[in-house]
Design a protein around this ligand. Sequence first.
Ligand code: FES
Ligand SMILES: [Fe+2]
Length: 316
Amino acid sequence: MFADFANHWIIAGVSADFRAGKLYPMTVAGERIVLFRNATGILSALIDRCPHRGVALSLGKLHGGVVECPFHGWTFNGEGACLSVPWNPDAKCEKLSALALPVREAGGLAWLYTGFRPDAEPLPSESLSAPGVVLSAQSALWDIHWTRAMENMLDSPHLPFVHKATIGRFIAPFVHGRMDTDWIETPYGARIENRIEGRDRPARLDFRFPNTMELFIDPPGKLLRMLAICTPEKQGQTRLTIITLRDFARARLLNPVFRRMNRRIALEDQAILESSQPSEVPPAGEEKSVRTDKPTLAFRKLYFERIKGSRAEPYS
Ligand code: FES
Ligand SMILES: [Fe+2]
């Protein structure tokens, strides 16, 4: 299960966006998953496939934190335990469990494990615990392998070309000079620093293994950061989730302003990226690269060494 994306903690969304009493289906690396709050409010996740006849539990009902399958009404709690089987009061419920996935809530985010036995805990960015930070999330589906989307997030030389009128506008006058890029390994992945000849302020972004980029935008005296999360849904399809973190303009009614800006920038990337061939990044030697491709090549190395080829085995 979770072929080529197994055994990682990934961000499933903003914690507060998962409300009690509702089922939240999502697809990760070909596996349907359903998230919901159990009877005590703890966020839980099950493989969205009834162990009886394989239908989507997310089409069923949630009563007091217990899911009822839409087909024959078997019920399951947040740990996947079967609680009841209609017409069969004698059923051996302990043998009829659904598959549960590890979930955590940390740093205001919901984390999902693409496997069954995590050997570590998720590592939220320090930005998430800064005082007064508010989060707003949005997402879109791109027709491209997630590795191309992820690389794009780590790639700065494209900014003045793809984002001429938006985030690339300020560096456009410098493109004939030199850009230097450092990839500094850290416990969470890597810190990328870009210096542009003729500009004094280096730009910082972080790669958070396996599929998140954090951009430090910070206007003077304020905190403004963006998490871009590239999650494979099915082969060749990426769920791009953008979470904005800010400590100013905190009113919720301003969320649409940030969303509109993010959407415009994401659409600029999407139009170009979806034309990439092949859809999945190839090994480094199969495309031509230059010095400023250091971060994307470093990501590619991690992908081939630590992500591609992974599989998760369900417990039995
Ligand atoms: S398929 Fe779920 S109860 Fe039969
Ligand atoms: Fe971009």
